[in-house]
Design a binder for this molecule. Structure first.
Ligand SMILES: Cc1cc2nc3c(=O)[nH]c(=O)nc-3n(C[C@H](O)[C@H](O)[C@H](O)COP(=O)(O)O)c2cc1C
Length: 353
């Protein structure tokens, strides 16, 4: 199995909704939402990939990091390495209808269980979208974060209870789904949340709450002060606001202020284990991968997803050797170098999330 095979199979199985490009960069599918692309011009997606490609690492091989440790811990769960599949729903509208919501959720949950990773489930206009993830969690027992759309407070709290009963390790809300037209069109209430609403939601559960779609220090502060235990620095893969900044560009400033106060997840344009290392070195505790996981699932089901994520783990391990990075708790300095950002990885980091 290799990525070429997976992406070619995926292209057929997704009925060309995804072109299965060699580099998944948002150009061929620009504007295709619903679909797999970024909204409008597609720039929110394209810029995530472009900006991350401008981030460089110092190549260092005269050191003693012979066997880096890629393992980590997320909300008390040991994981083999700090990568999670993204919450993704809308099999018919976004991916061509090859899988039911449950089949897709089950593939991702099983792959995570087998690789000792944390799974994330999604929510959407059709109740099946939320329920599929919950069923997959119940059936596999995989440690998970259940993401809920920013619905009305009462409805969010009801869904949190369902997640608790399913055995989720954490719950999340993709707050950047606030303007999602598909939800609005289907007559469902989604919208921005003020501090009082956030506090009511967060205090309704003893599970850690993660807010996904945080792109500024100001909003990270609101999340923290409202009691969130984690944030996902995310622009929803460029699917909500085409003019959003690239996630890797806003991550360092947010991480500088909130690292060790909340778990910092990031997603957007991560296409290899080297990209994972870049995001960790820019300040993330764990990294979320979207479209490549969906492509691997459509191209090779559980084995496809396992192949992709194992490959990311191998690439991460190798990149850590080549940069003298002993473990995933990275201490680094960032310098602008012409058009590029150069990350200088420092001595061993000392913290745990
Ligand atoms: C087809 C598709 C469906 C998605 N559905 C959801 C969703 O239901 N909930 C959510 O929080 N994010 C959703 N996302 C966003 C992802 O969770 C993630 O933020 C994004 O895909 C990361 O960027 P990447 O695909 O470039 O890795 C979706 C993304 C795609 C491509």
């Amino acid at each position: 199995m290799n990525y070429d095979e997976l992406r070619k199979n995926a292209r057929i199985n997704m009925n060309n909704v995804c072109r299965g490009c060699k580099r998944c960069d948002g150009i061929a599918c620009a504007g295709e939402v619903p679909g797999i692309g970024g909204v409008g011009s597609g720039e929110g997606f394209i810029e995530n990939v472009r900006a991350l490609s401008r981030v460089k690492l110092e190549l260092k091989t005269l050191h003693n990091v012979k066997k880096p440790d890629i393992s980590s811990e997320i909300f008390g769960e040991n994981v083999s390495f700090p990568v999670l599949p993204a919450p993704m729903a809308g099999m018919k509208s976004n991916f061509g209808g090859y899988f039911t919501e449950y089949e897709f959720a089950s593939i991702l949950a099983n792959a995570c269980k087998e690789l000792r990773l944390m799974y994330t489930s999604a929510d959407g206009p059709d109740p099946n979208m939320f329920n599929a993830g919950i069923e997959a969690i119940k059936n596999t027992g995989v440690p998970s974060i259940v993401f809920i759309k920013p619905r009305g407070v009462k409805e969010v709290i009801e869904k949190i209870k369902v997640a608790e009963e399913a055995g989720a390790k954490a719950v999340g809300m993709d707050v950047d789904g606030a303007g999602l037209i598909l939800m609005v069109r289907s007559g469902q209430e989604v919208g921005p949340k003020n501090t009082d609403e956030l506090k009511e939601i967060i205090s309704s559960t003893s599970l850690p709450v993660v807010l996904k779609g945080i792109m500024t220090v100001e909003e990270a502060k609101i999340a923290y002060e409202s009691g969130a235990k984690g944030i996902v620095v995310s622009n929803h893969g460029g699917r909500v606001l085409e003019a959003a900044m690239a996630t890797c560009d806003v991550l360092p400033e947010i991480a500088e202020k909130f690292k060790r106060k909340m778990a910092i997840f990031v997603d957007g344009g991560v296409r290899s284990g080297v990209d994972v290392l870049k995001m960790l070195a820019l300040g993330a505790d764990a990294v979320i991968v979207g479209r490549p996981v969906a492509i691997a699932a459509h191209g090779g089901r559980i084995d496809g997803v396992k192949w992709l994520l194992k490959n990311y783990a191998d690439e991460l391990y190798q990149a850590m050797i080549l940069t003298g990075t002993p473990d995933v708790h990275i201490n680094s300095e960032i310098e602008c170098f012409g058009n590029n950002i150069l990350i200088k990885i420092k001595e061993r980091g000392t913290w745990r999330v």
